[in-house]
Design a protein around this ligand. Structure first.
Ligand code: SF4
Ligand code: SF4
Length: 77
């Protein structure tokens, strides 16, 4: 099975929500992140960040196309 890794750069994401709305399988969520348990450095409005459920994401790439900031990268292995 192909492994999908979706990375969202919190430093350039503006929290516009485009990707969340566009994802056909609801794999993305703009949510408050836990500063203690987060694994990456996020820097989005009010402590929120777009997070992805990679078990749900199918790698369609739609979120990449709707992101005005080009904040999302997708890799498959
Ligand atoms: S690649 Fe497709 S399925 Fe995965 S988060 Fe983006 S829009 Fe959703
Ligand atoms: S579309 Fe891009 S800028 Fe907008 S919330 Fe998603 S990752 Fe952030």
């Amino acid at each position: 099975m192909t492994a999908i890794a979706l990375d969202i750069q919190g430093r350039i994401c503006t929290g516009c929500n485009n990707c969340v709305v566009a994802c056909p399988v609801n794999a993305l969520e703009l949510t408050v992140i836990n500063p203690v348990t987060r694994k990456k450095t996020y820097n989005v409005l009010n402590g929120k960040a777009v997070v992805v459920d990679e078990d749900v994401c199918n790698g369609c790439g739609i979120c990449l196309m709707v992101c005005p900031q080009r904040a999302i990268t997708l890799t498959t292995e």
